[in-house]
Design a protein around this ligand. Sequence first.
Ligand SMILES: Cc1ncc(COP(=O)(O)O)c(C=O)c1O
Length: 341
Amino acid sequence: MRIIDLRSDTITHPTPEMRDAMFRAEVGDDVFSEDPTVNRLEAMAAEMTGKEAAVFTPSGTMSNLIAVMSHTRHGDEIILGEKSHIFLNEAGGAAALGGVSLRTLPNNPDGTIDIDRIEGAVRGKNLHWPPSRLLCLENTHNFCGGAVLDVEYTTEAAEAARRHNLFVHLDGARLFNAAVALGVPASDLCQPVDSVCFCLSKGLSAPVGSVLCGSGEFIARTRKLRKMVGGGMRQAGVIAAAGIVCLETCVERLADDHRNAKALAEGLRQIPGLEVEKPQTNIVMIGTGEIPAADFVNKAGEAGVKMISVGTNRVRAVTHRMVTAEDIDEAVRRLKKAMAV
Ligand SMILES: Cc1ncc(COP(=O)(O)O)c(C=O)c1O
């Protein structure tokens, strides 16, 4: 039986074109900024996000960590959504290594945080309070089911932050999913924020890597921080080469993943007992109602469809380059059958 793996878009393998580019990559020592392929990837990323400069890192987690560290000082407070990846899924690095406290605010189902809540959370000048320094947004929003923040909201939130002298960092692990879904250039979504990182190794299918973009001064600081946390890589052009190919060839095709996610949601909605949210991008959130999420995931797994539970009765399915429209139809057929018995 062919396994249809919908656990995450991170499972995507590099394309043959990426492997070829990796094989041929021109390399140098990137800690000395001498790797021409990394330099090219960073220049491309800066241009695509409309920022002055960029730094290549091994992971989205490291990009977020060094962004937080670069914007803040020990003892500062950052404001972010309670469902944000930085808060939930990065092993507490911002606090443990960055030395900041995390002020979480409710995320609306669409991934936004209410503007008045952001402004209300900013600390005044009181001896007892940590200084508020940074607002973090996430686009698309993973735990809000791949929800897209549009340019208007991002601008409004960034303006609110700026009224209180906060910096704004965007965790854009799936930035290009948002740009493709909205039909706008990624740079429009990044223009309002001070820094943004995006992942190469999710829907874009590169094997490794993330790029953090911002002003020249900000990126210069993050280069030192990247070294501090062990992210200084040497002949990293071997992996950056795949990143260049994914930016050249895998962005527009994200629309296929979004179409497949919609088809999956529509198919699963026909299974009694499931509540399936309408996906905006490539992440489908499935409410399993009376059925414990772990049981649903087990049954699906036995039918050769892999998903993950993200709550007691909530399951996540993610579409990506390695599942086709036919695979989605087949997954729906198998799940209907599995849930009928
Ligand atoms: C929104 C978001 N931010 C950051 C990350 C971290 O990326 P990485 O797994 O490369 O550390 C992820 C990973 O899934 C994510 O979904």
